[in-house]
Design a binder for this molecule. Structure first.
Ligand code: PGA
Ligand code: ZN
Length: 418
C-alpha cells in the first residue's frame, strides 16, 4: 500500500439542504478516492459527535467549515507521507489523532470522511470495485442485501404527526432486487393515490421520501400500509411484510413514552407493540424501546425475540461495547449498522463481526440526511449484510444506493440475500 499524499475536504449540502463533507484522499502513486458523509436527525445519544460550526450566521449553526479545516489541516498534515498497510492502520491513526472517546476533537464527520476516502483510494489503487475491496477487507463473500423500503413516515422525519418513524416494505420472496423495487413501486403508487383521496392532499414526503399524511395514530398508519399492499394486488405477510422503525427514544421523556398523544409506561408500550405484531404482518421492530430502557428491551426480547427481528439502532449506535452489552443481556437480536454512528470503517466492521458471532442479522442503514454518494451500497454488499435500509424510492439520494445495487445485481451477479 502506498503513502498518503494528502487529505482534503469541501463543504457540500445533504438531502435536507444542510451542510456536510465531501472528503478526498490522494495517495503518492496518484490513486485517489472521495466520499461524502451522511447525517442523522433522530440521532442516538451514544453516537460519535459530528463537528458543526455553531456559527448561527451560516446555515443556522450547522456549517461544516471547522470539520473541513480538520481534514485539510490537522489530518492531512499528520498523515502526509505516512504509509498505512491497511484500513485498520489508517483508522487507528485517526482515532489516536482525535484522542477522545466521542471523536469530538476532529469530529466524527471529518474522521469518517477520511476513513471512506482512503478506502476508495486504495480500492482504486488495487483496481477493484469498492464492494470487492470491502469484502476482501472483511474476509467475506459479497451478497446483495434485501431492501427494507420506506412507505410511510412519522416521527422526527415527518413533523411527528404520528409517533412511529417508519413503516417499511420487505419483500421476503422476491427473487431479485429489481423485482422487489418493482413491487414497491406498485404499492407506493396505490398508497399515494389513496392518501390523495382520503386526505385531499398533494403528496407530502418526509425526509427519506416516505408518504407522510396526517394519520390519526401509528396504528392507522400500519392499517393503511396493509390496505395499500392489498389494493396493489399483493398478499400482506406473504408477498410483502412490514418492518417498523419505532424510534422510541424520540418520544421517551424521563422514562415514559408519549405515543400518539397518550403517556405509556415501558410495559404498556411493550403491550402495544405486542398487539401490533398480532394484528399486522410485521417481521422486524427497530428501536421499539428507548436507548437506555434496557429492561424494556429485555422484556420485548423475551416475549417475541424468537420470531421477530429486534433491531437496535439508537440502542446500539454501531458501538461494540453497547452491542456486547445487548448480547449479554439478551436485549436484541439484530444490528442496524450506520458507519457514521461510530466514525470509522474498522470500528463498524468490529461491530458487524460481534453481531455475526452472536448469530444476529445485520441491516446496513443510510441516514435521513444523505447525499448522492453510493458507497453505502458497496458497503452493504461487500460486508454481506442481510438487509439494507435506505428510505423510499422517490428521491435521488436514496436511488443512488438502489441503482448502484441494481448495477451490482446485473453486472456482478451477486446473490440476493435471504
Ligand atoms: P436518522 O434516522 O438518520 O435521522 O438518525 C434513521 C433511523 O432512525 O434509522
Ligand atoms: Zn432508526
Amino acid at each position: 500500500m502506498s503513502r498518503v499524499r494528502k487529505f482534503s475536504a469541501l463543504e457540500i449540502l445533504d438531502s435536507r439542504g444542510r451542510p456536510t463533507l465531501l472528503a478526498r484522499c490522494e495517495l503518492e502513486d496518484g490513486a485517489f478516492g472521495q466520499a461524502s458523509v451522511p447525517a442523522g436527525a433522530s440521532t442516538g445519544g451514544n453516537e460519535a459527535l459530528e463537528l458543526r460550526d455553531g456559527d448561527e450566521r451560516r446555515h443556522a449553526g450547522l456549517g461544516c467549515l471547522k470539520a473541513v479545516a480538520r481534514l485539510n489541516d490537522d489530518i492531512s498534515r499528520a498523515a502526509e507521507g505516512k504509509r498505512f498497510e491497511s484500513q485498520a492502520e489508517l483508522d487507528q491513526f485517526l482515532i489516536e489523532l482525535d484522542g477522545r472517546q466521542d471523536k469530538s476533537r476532529l469530529g466524527a464527520n471529518a474522521i469518517l470522511g477520511a476513513s471512506l476516502a482512503f478506502c476508495r483510494a486504495v480500492a482504486a489503487q488495487r483496481g477493484l470495485e469498492l464492494y470487492q475491496h470491502l469484502a476482501d477487507m472483511a474476509g467475506l463473500s459479497p451478497q446483495l442485501p434485501r431492501p427494507m423500503i420506506n412507505l410511510f413516515s412519522g416521527g422526527a422525519h415527518a413533523g411527528a404527526q404520528v409517533s412511529v418513524q417508519d413503516a417499511q416494505l420487505l419483500m421476503p420472496q422476491a427473487d431479485s432486487l429489481s423485482r422487489a423495487l418493482e413491487m414497491t413501486g406498485d404499492v407506493y403508487r396505490v398508497a399515494a393515490e389513496r392518501m390523495r383521496r382520503r386526505y385531499d392532499m398533494r403528496l407530502l414526503r418526509a425526509d427519506e421520501g416516505g408518504l407522510a399524511p396526517p394519520f390519526a395514530d401509528s396504528r392507522a398508519m400500519l392499517a393503511e400500509a396493509v390496505a395499500a399492499i392489498e389494493a396493489a394486488g399483493y398478499a400482506p405477510g406473504e408477498d410483502i411484510a412490514l418492518t417498523l422503525d419505532v424510534a422510541a427514544s424520540q418520544f421517551c421523556h424521563d422514562g415514559r413514552y408519549l405515543l400518539d398523544g397518550a403517556w405509556l409506561e415501558s410495559g404498556e408500550l411493550l403491550d402495544e407493540i405486542t398487539d401490533w405484531l398480532k394484528e399486522f404482518p410485521i417481521v422486524s421492530i427497530e428501536d421499539g424501546l428507548a436507548e437506555e430502557d434496557w429492561a424494556g428491551w429485555r422484556g420485548l426480547h423475551a416475549r417475541v425475540g424468537s420470531r421477530v427481528m429486534l433491531l437496535g439502532d439508537d440502542l446500539l449506535c454501531t458501538n461494540p461495547r453497547r452491542i456486547q452489552h445487548a448480547i449479554d443481556q439478551s436485549a436484541a437480536n439484530s444490528l442496524l449498522l450506520k458507519v457514521n454512528q461510530i466514525g470509522t470503517l474498522t470500528e463498524a466492521l468490529a461491530s458487524l463481526r460481534l453481531a455475526r458471532q452472536a448469530g444476529w442479522r445485520v441491516v446496513v442503514s443510510a441516514r435521513s440526511g444523505e447525499t448522492e454518494d453510493d458507497w453505502l451500497a458497496d458497503l452493504a454488499a461487500g460486508w454481506a449484510a442481510d438487509y439494507i435500509k435506505v428510505g423510499s424510492i422517490t428521491q435521488s439520494e436514496r436511488l443512488a444506493k438502489y441503482n448502484r445495487l441494481l448495477v451490482l445485481e446485473r453486472m456482478a451477479g451477486l446473490r440476493f440475500a435471504g
